[in-house]
Design a protein around this ligand. Structure first.
Ligand SMILES: O=C(O)C[C@H](O)C(=O)O
Ligand code: SF4
Length: 517
């Protein structure tokens, strides 16, 4: 095999997967946008998402800054040299990282050190299988960490919130799947897709669930009972009202695919792999001699480019009630300004903000800050950054990360340093809400995955601290213009996330009655 060509083919597969959302996923997002009522937060978020998909196409830049744990599934003809292919994939991964198409995402679990090139123990994941066809089938999924954290595995029988007992039968499986969508709320950047694996052991069950994510969104399950289950979930999960980013709305789930395998008598697992709307998976058929791409997969049907809103969308936008209060803020922000904000207000930030995610929050809890954070804005974000030849940093992708991980630290840090606003996604919990009230702080929800959209709002990188934590975890000093987010937790004790969680639990309880005999 021409291994240089194969490496080039794998590089193309990586870049396309990171930057160009598959056609079937685009169609599902378009359909979701058409279902939402104009003028709602979910509809506005979907507009941002559509815009972002288009920007990623145009810039050939990552749709979302979290380019995940690259996972390859490769089928090879008997005799193909898998050792050579693996090396070529490693090279292609390192090159794509260097070119800003992937974020350096491989972190030593003990020391916290980022390898810088996405290579390291266990990363990327490459699974080979032999088959009797004469071409190579190479598929790649870039599944981000926020949605991966929302995967869930049930061991039946189980007692589920809102649904009661889930037994060892099809109805118990149904309850687990409904619950999995509820427990994800908006934190995995809903609306999402789920792959479900019934049976197996703890690891093969999750593998089966993830395998379902390689099916096309519009395929039909050949197994009649599973087809029925998929249809049931699609119809009913959308009645939970979680909506885009957990803002409430009509579309919570964009796809549900279920697979089954045998189990052993004592175990009965239902494993669910949750994927965000930024569902990046593609595949290619490769010639085993030339190493060249013969065909791209997931290319059937219409490609929505999201370039122009459809005529009816424009009409709906014009008719939309303009109920949102838009407030412009520039740091340093005063307590009075924060106290005026209420859940539902739209905030536009101009000026400085500082990124801080997991490593920074832990660090700030027992160290001084490298910059004065009094009255400032913290952005939960781990961007993709590239340095030019003059040594200046450029933002390639910079959407929010899941905020709830900072729950143990957030309130204390805001009070300790006088921080007035935090921006992230998915919302935070009771401890932070209490601190926002006590101290005079606000939580702003940005649109998860809209990494191109937000990168465009960043006009310059003014500096960086704590680079020893690696690019995603460092504290970047960003000068922004028109950075827009929604107040979802205010300083008066209100939280949209708490409300949506409560109302979706009530709705979930409506699905407690047996459906399958
Ligand atoms: O790591 C990130 O930048 C985001 C992550 O995928 C998340 O959803 O929290
Ligand atoms: S930020 Fe959201 S869209 Fe991006 S990888 Fe995480 S869950 Fe997916």
């Amino acid at each position: 095999m021409n291994i240089e060509k194969f490496q080039e083919s794998m590089y193309k597969l990586i870049v396309e997967t990171s930057t160009n959302l598959p056609k079937d996923v685009r169609r599902a997002i378009k359909a979701a946008a058409e279902r939402e009522n104009a003028g709602t937060r979910s509809a506005m978020s979907l507009d941002t998402i559509k815009n972002n998909i288009k920007m990623a196409d145009d810039n050939v830049s990552p749709i979302c800054q979290d380019t995940g744990l690259p996972t390859f599934k490769i089928k090879t003809p008997v005799g193909a040299n898998q050792i050579e292919m693996k090396k070529a994939i490693y090279n292609a991964i390192a090159q794509a990282t260097k070119d800003g198409k992937l974020r350096p995402n491989s972190v030593d679990s003990l020391t916290g050190e980022n390898s810088g090139d996405n290579l390291g123990g266990g990363t990327p994941v490459i699974k080979f299988e032999q088959w009797e066809k004469d071409h190579i089938d190479a598929r790649l999924i870039l599944k981000g960490g926020g949605c991966e954290n929302k995967n869930i595995q049930y061991s039946l029988p189980a007692e589920l919130e809102g649904l009661g007992r889930a037994g060892r039968d099809l109805d118990g499986i149904r309850k687990c799947i409904m619950h999995s969508v509820y427990q994800a709320q908006g934190q995995g950047c809903s609306a999402g897709f789920i792959g479900v694996g019934i049976g197996g052991d703890r690891s093969s069950g999750y593998d089966l669930a993830k395998e379902q994510l390689f099916r096309t969104v519009d395929d039909v399950n050949p197994h009649p009972e599973l087809r029925d289950l998929e249809e049931y979930v699609m119809e009913n999960a959308n009645k939970l009202g979680i909506g885009t980013m957990g803002f409430g709305g009509e579309t919570t789930l964009l796809g549900c695919k279920v697979g089954v395998m045998n189990r052993i008598p004592a175990s009965f697992y239902v494993s669910v792999a949750y994927n965000c709307w930024a569902y990046r998976r593609l595949g290619v058929a490769v010639n085993p001699e030339s190493g060249e791409i013969q065909e791209w997969m997931y290319q059937e049907g219409e490609k929505i480019d999201f370039a122009q809103p459809a005529a009816q969308e424009i009409a709906a936008a014009v008719e939309a009630p303009v109920e949102q209060n838009v407030v412009t803020l520039t740091a340093p922000i005063t307590e009075e300004q924060i106290r005026e904000l209420k859940v539902g207000d739209v905030v536009r930030i101009d000026g400085m903000m500082y990124t801080g995610r997991d490593a920074i929050h832990k660090y700030l809890s027992d160290h001084d800050s490298p910059v004065d954070l009094n009255g400032q804005v913290i952005y939960h974000c781990g961007p993709v950054m590239l340095k030019d030849e003059e040594g200046n940093w450029h933002v390639k992708a910079a959407g929010p990360t899941t905020s709830i991980r900072e729950e143990p630290y957030q309130g204390d840090i805001m009070k300790k340093f006088g921080i007035r606003a935090v921006i992230g996604k998915g919302g935070m919990g009771a401890k932070t809400l209490a601190s926002l009230k006590e101290h005079g702080g606000v939580y702003l929800n940005a649109i998860g995955g809209a990494a191109q959209y937000y990168a465009d709002c960043i006009k310059s990188v003014e500096g960086v601290d704590l680079m020893n934590f690696g690019i995603p975890e460092a504290m970047w000093h960003l000068n922004v213009e028109g950075f827009t987010a929604v107040v979802t937790m205010d300083s008066h004790g209100n939280s949209l996330h708490e409300e949506v969680e409560k109302s979706s639990l009530e709705k979930l309880a409506q699905f407690a009655d047996r459906v399958y005999k």
